[in-house]
Design a protein around this ligand. Structure first.
Ligand SMILES: Nc1nc2c(c(CN[C@H]3C=C[C@H](O)[C@@H]3O)cn2[C@@H]2O[C@H](COP(=O)(O)O)[C@@H](O)[C@H]2O)c(=O)[nH]1
Length: 365
């Protein structure tokens, strides 16, 4: 019996002895990510949050949100994001967030992996979006799960063509991305009638429910770790999939979720960097030294979990400060996160000084 099963059994025995009965499965679903992020924050010794800077950052973020009229509509305004509110956009977003990880490179801007499309060279997250758009334009059903499961039609050569680079550097973790596509294609074919729409409908408009289905049924979405002897859930790509659906469909249709505010920030390698620039998050000297020297931090090691968990908690504290400033503000962790990502990329484009992002190679973010 695993630790978790023992915990589950003990909890039910305790509940029975208190006359509470077994855990009531009719309760609304929870992902547990925010609770785990708070646990990580409360047990972090190498990453700290600063409330004074958090309060100042909250004022800046609220002002940026108002100036930019930041809303779910902003998502579709990005040049490469799909605009139609239909099933093909659902499939596009699922494919995108299945592979939305680890684009960073130590090569120069000219030599790093990039995708040429629409007369531009796209890097980072946008290289993935451009590659999928280009693949569709070249007539490949690259966003169709049935295609990914068919190793003859969707051969490794075909996939190498879809994700071909404009430089000598190939897409980072290409083999791992193929594995994600194969697993997702198989699971959707076998368990969801071959349709992402069926998967979404199974969640019955619950954001937390959809995150939990992804984490339970797809190992490539099961972004969890052990921290201080406890299992913690971060579920970054499962959550950003729900968030992108919600934003792309502006909270309607396939993007309608009654509990969307249960989605937390997406623990990636960009937003922690921005939180550090804002002074809201800081690292102990040995960790800061490791980050500044661009030395690897292993996936699952304590430092990495502290960076990810404290970042999630930092966005929750920012959200609370923003609501204190303006109780009417239409803001949640998703919109704060999206804005911080976009601001981080603007700072980078403007050549503004920032601590390097941390170097963890993983399929989780
Ligand atoms: N927390 C968070 N992480 C995000 C995004 C996005 C893009 N979201 C778009 C949709 C709405 C927003 O307005 C954005 O326009 C990508 N990433 C993550 O960053 C990393 C890529 O970084 P770089 O190599 O520099 O492009 C990689 O882990 C990727 O998974 C986000 O929004 N939040």
């Amino acid at each position: 019996m695993s630790d978790d099963e023992v915990d589950h059994e003990l909890l039910n025995l305790l509940r029975k002895s208190l006359g509470l009965g077994e855990k009531d499965s009719s309760l609304p679903p929870e992902t547990g990510v925010l609770t785990d992020a708070e646990y990580i924050y409360n047990n972090s010794t190498d990453v700290a949050l600063d409330m004074r800077h958090t309060k100042i950052a909250a004022m800046e973020i609220l002002s940026q949100m108002n100036q930019r009229e930041y809303s779910t509509k902003t998502w579709s305004s990005h040049e490469l994001h799909p605009k139609e509110k239909n099933e093909s956009t659902v499939n596009f977003i699922f494919t995108m967030d299945l592979l939305n990880f680890s684009f960073w490179s130590e090569k120069s801007e000219e030599e790093r992996f990039s995708v040429s499309w629409k007369g531009k060279k796209w890097t980072g997250y946008w290289s993935l979006v451009a590659a999928l758009q280009r693949g569709l334009e070249e007539g490949l059903p690259i966003t169709t799960p049935e295609f990914w499961a068919d190793e003859l039609e969707c051969s490794e050569e075909v996939l190498r063509r879809v994700f071909r680079s404009a430089t000598k550097e190939e897409m980072p973790m290409f083999e791992e991305r193929v594995k994600c596509l194969r697993e997702a294609g198989r699971v959707i074919e076998e368990e969801f009638d071959g349709s992402v729409i069926t998967l979404i409908e199974d969640a019955k408009n619950s954001a937390a429910g959809l995150v939990n289905i992804l984490a339970e049924r797809f190992s490539c979405f099961r972004d969890e770790a052990k921290f201080e002897r406890r299992k913690v859930r971060l579920l970054k790509r499962a959550q950003i999939f729900v968030a992108d659906l919600w934003a792309a469909f502006e909270g309607e249709g396939y993007g309608r979720f009654h509990d969307i505010d249960k989605i937390t920030m997406f623990a990636d390698y960009r937003v922690p960097q921005m939180l550090h620039s804002l002074g809201a998050l800081s690292f102990c000297p040995p960790l800061e030294g490791r980050i500044r020297r661009k030395l690897p931090i292993e996936s699952g090691e304590s430092w990495e979990i502290q960076i990810r968990g404290c970042s999630i908690w930092a966005i929750e504290l920012l959200r609370r400060e923003i609501i204190k400033l303006d109780p009417e503000a239409k803001v949640n962790a998703i919109l704060i996160d999206f804005l911080l990502y976009d601001l981080a990329k603007e700072k980078e484009r403007n050549g503004e000084e920032a601590i390097p992002h941390h170097r963890t190679r993983s399929i989780w973010y």
